[in-house]
Design a protein around this ligand. Structure first.
Ligand code: SAT
Ligand code: MN
Length: 582
């Protein structure tokens, strides 16, 4: 296989001359090719076969122990002007960055195969989709990309028709953390990633293309590329409404996207459109329309159980790639929170010893095609996307943020998103459980200056005659003993119902300086084992804490200086003034 696109042919040629692989393989995305790559990795030890009786088509990959998460300190946005990347990104001058990367890539594929991986982010027939080509020397990346994107022949045909594509060059290199960089050149639609095989660093269609490069592209083209799940919520009358929700990595997007209604909610059904990324386009009808650019899930394994996420628990019993989980005596995958079996071998391949910590890595992952999801939405392949009724922002906050509140309007909602904060998780290297500001859950993923990004969000609102309503949720409030107050998981549907009721003008709310809060009866508590005091606590705000919160948001905004949109600061002052007036 080769290509009729001269730009692509030339680029592959140039990369091959630089990296000097033994072989070049153009991926067609077929099942036979997938099988052959898996067999080859079983042979080399890159993959291990799991128990095929209980888990047919499931394999385990053990990564280098120093390569288990995204590396934000080694991730750069290389715009020509430093200010265009903003204080929210690490920046390197593009010429310098290219030189550094060319040095690393030189000869790095000697003795290896260079894979050319054409992929399409979004349904191949959708005008909202965008294509890319990843060149990689990792067969693990290829088999993951096949599950996560529309990869192969159809994508290449679209690239040949359209001409344009995002160029992503990747090599696992020596896996030396000192020689590891993830570079983005949004002005040239280019990515270079060296020295890591981990998902967010190596599956370039995902965070690198569909968020960092796409957010930049979306700004110039008038749409939004967001770190959001998309769900359809079907009520007992058979009507489905769509909600998009931005939570940081490892804060429950996959669980919410695949929620199973509690027994108290007969006739309700949740449909997954996406669990991580949404591309949102203002439609001719003044509504916001969303597609999921991905075709699979790269989800956090620990904590997945028949109670927390029964759909996912079933989904990952077949045709799933596991990375860094433990295994049981009889070679089944095992992780903390599984509720079944016992670990025999830990994620590093050592006999399990509780003194050494968790058996599965806390950021161990499953990779699985969305077609395996029992709640996959029939609209997931819709070329025009689905219309969004509401947007939720949220993070992990043990205090401060109530269970839910609603922004006064779109512009206030942009402030609510911009002011988001969350406790850090194992999805990125570095300290965990520390509260950090993470606007729209895009801190690690926005490919340009946050000040310009907030302005772009405000502009999008202007284009919408029927904008989604904007809410903030927090499933993670803790009581004095450190226990979670809200049961979460399936019960979150109760909160989604309030959201939809608000969208349809069917629910009352109490106004407050930070937004509209539900009345105590607003959240349906049928068959919910929760005291009135606990509910009161979840639905109230501590004004002292909120004054301190707003001061922190003010400090955060301060770093963007003059570039911060005036309208956003107006929204900020409105909230501060309302809190002062109490
Ligand atoms: O970055 S990944 O896509 O690998 C996972 C995440 O942090 O969301
Ligand atoms: Mn994510």
């Amino acid at each position: 296989m080769s290509t009729s696109n001269p730009q692509l042919a030339q680029w592959v040629d140039e990369v091959a001359r630089l990296t000097r692989p033994d072989r070049i393989h153009w991926c067609d995305g077929s099942e036979a090719e997938d099988r052959q790559l898996i067999d080859q990795m079983l042979e080399s030890g890159d993959l291990l076969e799991l128990n095929q009786d209980s888990h047919p088509g499931c394999y385990l990959h053990r990564s280098d122990p120093a390569d288990v998460a995204r590396v934000e300190h080694l991730t750069f946005v290389c715009t020509r002007q430093e200010d265009d990347a903003g204080p929210n990104n690490h920046w390197m001058e593009p010429g310098e960055a290219r030189k550094k990367m060319l040095g690393l890539f030189e000869g790095c594929m000697e003795g290896r195969t260079l894979y050319v991986v054409p992929y399409c982010m979004g349904p191949v027939n959708s005008p909202l989709s965008r294509c890319g080509v990843e060149i990689t020397d990792s067969p693990y990346v290829v088999v993951n990309m096949r599950r996560m994107t529309r990869m192969g022949k159809a994508a290449l045909e679209r690239i040949e028709r359209e001409g344009s594509f995002v160029k992503g060059l990747h090599s696992t290199g020596e896996l030396d953390p000192e020689r590891r960089f993830i570079m983005h050149f949004p002005e040239d639609l280019e990515i270079m990633s060296y020295g890591s095989g981990y998902g967010g660093n190596a599956l370039l269609g995902k965070k690198c293309h569909a968020l960092r490069i796409a957010s930049h592209q979306a700004r110039s083209e008038g749409w939004l590329a967001e770190h959001m799940l998309i769900v359809g919520i079907e009520n007992p009358q058979g009507e489905t409404h769509y909600v998009a929700a931005a939570f940081p990595s490892a804060c429950g997007k996959t669980n919410l996207a695949m929620l199973i209604p509690p027994t108290s909610h007969k006739g309700w059904k949740i449909w997954t459109v996406g669990d991580d990324i949404a591309w949102l386009h203002p439609g001719k009808d003044g509504r916001l329309w969303a597609i999921n650019p991905e075709a699979g899930y790269f989800g956090v394994v620990p904590g997945t159980s028949p109670k927390t996420n029964p759909n996912a628990y079933d989904m990952i019993t077949e045709d799933t790639l596991f990375t860094n989980v433990a295994v049981t005596e009889d070679n089944q995958p095992w992780w903390e929170g599984k509720k079944e079996g016992k670990p025999a071998i830990d994620w590093q391949g050592r006999p399990f010893d509780a003194n050494r910590g968790a058996a599965a890595h806390p950021n161990s992952r499953f990779t699985v095609s969305a077609s395996r999801n029992p709640s996959q939405s029939p609209e997931a392949e819709a070329a025009g996307g689905v219309p969004i009724s509401a947007i939720l922002f949220g993070g992990r906050r043990k205090d401060v943020a109530p269970l839910i509140f609603e922004a006064h309007d779109w512009n206030h909602g942009v402030l609510v998103g911009a002011g988001m904060a969350s406790e850090t998780t194992a999805a990125a290297t570095g300290a965990q459980g520390v509260v950090r500001r993470d606007p729209m859950a895009m801190k690690p993923f926005c490919g340009y200056n946050f000040a310009d990004y907030f302005a772009h969000w405000l502009n999008i609102g202007q284009k919408l005659s029927q904008p989604p309503r904007i809410f903030h949720v927090n499933w993670f409030r803790q009581d004095a003993d450190g226990g979670f107050i809200w049961p979460g998981f399936g019960e979150n549907l109760r909160v989604l119902r309030w959201v939809l009721d608000r969208c349809h003008g069917d629910a009352e709310a109490v106004d407050s300086p930070i937004g509209y809060l539900p009345t105590l009866e607003g959240i349906d508590q049928t068959e919910l084992d929760m005291s009135r005091e606990a509910m009161e606590e979840l639905l109230s705000i501590d004004e002292g804490m909120w004054r301190a919160e707003m001061a922190e948001i003010g400090d955060f905004m301060g770093q963007f200086g003059e570039r911060t949109p005036e309208q956003l600061m107006k929204e900020f002052r409105k909230v501060v003034d309302a809190l002062e007036a109490r």
